[in-house]
Design a protein around this ligand. Sequence first.
Ligand code: ARG
Length: 462
Amino acid sequence: QDVRLWGGRFADGPAEALAKLSASVHFDWRLAPYDIAGSRAHARVLHKAGLLTDDELKRMIEGLGLLEADVAAGTFMGTIADEDVHTALERGLLERLGADLGGKLRAGRSRNDQVATLFRMYLRDHARIIGGLIADLQDALVGLAEAHPDVAMPGRTHLQHAQPVLFAHHVLAHVQALSRDAERLRQWDERTAVSPYGSGALAGSSLGLDPEAVAADLGFERGSAGNSIDGTASRDFVAEFAFITAMIGIDLSRIAEEVIIWNTKEFSFVTLHDAFSTGSSIMPQKKNPDIAELARGKSGRLIGNLTGLLATLKALPLAYNRDLQEDKEPVFDSCDQLEVLLPAFTGMMATLTVHRARMEELAPAGFSLATDIAEWLVKQGVPFRVAHEVAGECVKECEARGIELDGLSDEQFAAISPHLTPEVRSVLSVPGALASRSGRGGTAPSAVAVQLQEVKADLAVQ
Ligand code: ARG
């Protein structure tokens, strides 16, 4: 039996080479549950329009239920001969209901409006799954910050020692970035809550169907598409989803890169838990940060999924073109990658051991309190331009002597500038430097405690 949905005007079946090229069932099969939900909603509007009798609707819904159960159990599957998931499920319905009833469901719909709708449903579900996994990671990072509320570390710019910061402050910076990613997902979800079902192939339907009823049935809070051409041809929702997942990958890669560096012998800031590290097949001593490296690597893949998709969409004329079948694999992959990466990443961060002594030993190194000298001078009435010069002289003197700033004697300070009285020592401590940055968003323990409360309140409603 010919399973094709379009055989009528063709004298010959498709060449095998075409069938192989054309098939998408091996990757769009994951849309099957959504396709069946769409079919159920469609059957109801056909009935509402008088195109199915009460009895036909009842049997149609039963048939779809049987098909759904067989799909879930794996006893009904699409094959390469089915071309795509929509074709396969129509075959399944015909097998269960017979051609007379089964053949009625396709009225007033096209695979073009179907696939645009199902794809939205799938991605909306996965936006929520990924959002939940991000919240788990944020919880782990918040836990890390809370467990180390007073640990100082070298804050860096250009990867050079800049100013001491609280470790908790640094960790919460990553939490803030992830909060924006989670917010992006929520806003995307809201924007994507529009159903293309009822758009048909591109022009809508003459059968008096009710697209708004289908939209409500399928959980599209913003109703049905206002333009059937746009409904079937637009894929900016996919591109935007690909961007958000790429951004998540990039934000993870930035944490990952730090974990990799912190975990080196030279830094020795952290140790990874054995359960979240891997070994070497030749070097017995090795313990590698593979999760962080895979995160860094996968971020490249996520970016590739986005850019490939954008290239596919560029200059595509309206309305549906078969190019659009290329839209699914990249973002399916982005979902798969993040859904396998995030739990491992969260485990790695939740079980990290922080080496407080090492971080605090290095916090004041590299003259990272020079800004504190300059700002202390400003408080004594010295113009910042002069204060910056004077503090720079202190650094030069220390470099020449191979000492840190607090190693300068009172006489050496005084020789650099008469403004540098012994009281300057009051700011040459890491706790003092931290505590002084107490304004909103600063690194003082008091300010970080406020930030932590805000972040936790945010996470509670996210
Ligand atoms: N499988 C197609 C896709 O994923 C949907 C089918 C549309 N095919 C067509 N010939 N109009 O985009």
